[in-house]
Design a protein around this ligand. Structure first.
Ligand SMILES: Nc1nc2c(ncn2[C@@H]2O[C@H](COP(=O)(O)OP(=O)(O)O)[C@@H](O)[C@H]2O)c(=O)[nH]1
Ligand SMILES: [Mg+2]
Length: 409
């Protein structure tokens, strides 16, 4: 990862970090019972994705486009002190494709929870704005959408005085890194005591924690720390903020919706080598389009920007996938519905998402692949082609499976 660390020497960096650390006279080790419950409960799909970024860069604007709710977008620093929460429908054309052959009464898409968090300014950790609450709120998120301002607008002041997404990202990251560093350092102190009393895994734990400590001190995010996957278990319970999966969203001007611009280029360069997703969204344009009542008007406006669908649709799907969620379908004359499961769930577990009775009394599952259903146009067609499968308790459900659960209670 590229950051300002390259030009500063380590001593100067530490002074900077220690200065900020002093401002952190708080105990961050609050563990949210509800979140632990969420992660332990296998069928609770109430995972959420939080929108983070500096203040005044278009977070609420983009949230409103995603959720079609009307949270207040305003250009006052620190105006938003509470989060907006929306259950957002996951756009999925396949539901409508299936409907062409089944003609149902109701189409029900999957949903994912998106949270528009209050904005952050540099030094928020030192009492400005809503910094402390910001960090506590991020703690509760399962994944992050980091929005960056990549548009010019002379009428809209930037809180740092100029448009520079790379700098903005580093400002936000630093706040999170300082808090993570604090947690890692405290854990190291605890582990050192365990080494003294001869606990057998403690030495290894300390070595791994040291890698995280060095990495964070060098402005790295925990998710990119150079440790083996198996060793990430030593920090798992800390729920580090910079370890959460992230998507970057460049809020661009209308002209750059498809191609990006000099700002998105700079950001991409700084992220080179990181496995991450970057999505361009023309926030203001999409907000205007979302206001239009008429579907055809929307298509015309999107077409003018060379878009075939709103950028937020791509963003919602990316967030869904970032949370390791996927959909299976149930299809009938009353409803065609997308259900949310975690990747890797078995057929009975997936059935349990519909209703616990279906899991308890699970006998078997009839499975059609979405592509086969579209190709052969009906259940009978799929059967005739020999593609209709009967699967038992151990079947791992795949993305886009059309399931019919046979059960008996
Ligand atoms: N020119 C321009 N202005 C935008 C864009 N996105 C948001 N804004 C404006 O920026 C201001 C702050 O937006 P808001 O969504 O409240 O930012 P937040 O503080 O990050 O939630 C509002 O006046 C928006 O109308 C954009 O893409 N282009
Ligand atoms: Mg806002």
């Amino acid at each position: 990862m590229s950051n300002s660390g390259g030009s500063e020497n380590k001593a100067a960096k530490l002074v900077k970090i220690n200065k900020i650390k002093k401002a952190f006279n708080r105990n961050f080790e609050i563990i949210f019972a509800s979140q632990i419950f969420n992660h332990l409960h296998p069928y609770n799909m109430a995972l959420n994705c939080g929108i983070i970024g500096l203040t005044n860069i278009g977070k609420t604007t983009i949230f409103n486009c995603m959720s079609n709710t009307k949270a207040e977008a305003s250009n006052f620093a620190f105006s938003a002190t509470k989060s907006n929460i929306g259950m957002v429908e996951v756009p999925d054309n396949r539901l409508y494709e299936i409907d062409k052959f089944v003609h149902t009464q109701k189409i029900i898409p999957a949903t994912v929870e998106i949270v528009d968090l209050p904005g952050l300014a540099k030094g928020a950790s030192q009492g400005e704005g809503v910094g402390n609450k910001f960090l506590a709120d991020i703690q509760q998120m399962d994944a992050l959408i980091h929005v960056l301002r990549c548009f010019d607008d002379d009428n809209l002041a930037h809180i740092e005085g100029s448009v520079d997404p790379v700098r903005d990202k580093e400002i936000v990251d630093l706040e999170l890194q300082v808090r993570d560093l604090d947690l890692v350092t405290r854990k190291m102190q605890r582990v050192e005591k365990l080494i003294k009393i001869g606990e057998k895994d403690a030495k290894k734990a300390l070595d791994v924690l040291k890698i995280y400590q060095d990495h964070l001190e060098n402005f790295g995010n925990a998710r990119n720390a150079p440790v083996d996957k198996a060793d990430t278990k030593y920090v798992a319970e800390l729920q580090l903020l910079t370890d959460k999966p992230v998507i970057y969203v460049c809020n661009v001007d209308e002209k750059s919706a498809l191609t990006g611009n000099k700002y998105t280029e700079a950001l991409e360069k700084s992220l080179a080598g990181e496995e991450t997703e970057i999505i361009y969204i023309a926030g203001e344009l999409e907000a205007e389009i979302a206001e239009l009542e008429d579907e055809e008007d929307r298509i015309v406006f999107l077409g003018d920007a060379n878009l075939t669908e709103p950028g937020v649709n791509r963003l919602i799907r990316a967030a869904y996938s970032l949370l390791h969620l996927q959909s299976f379908f149930t299809v009938g004359p009353k409803e065609i519905r997308a259900w949310t499961i975690r990747k890797g769930m078995t057929a009975p577990q997936a059935a349990g998402v519909i209703h616990s009775d279906l899991e308890r009394g699970f006998i078997r599952s009839e499975v059609m692949k979405y592509e086969d259903f579209i190709k052969y146009k009906s259940e009978q067609g799929v059967k005739d082609a020999g593609k209709f499968k009967i699967e038992g308790k151990n079947y791992i459900v795949e993305e886009g499976d059309i399931l019919h659960i046979r059960f008996n209670v």
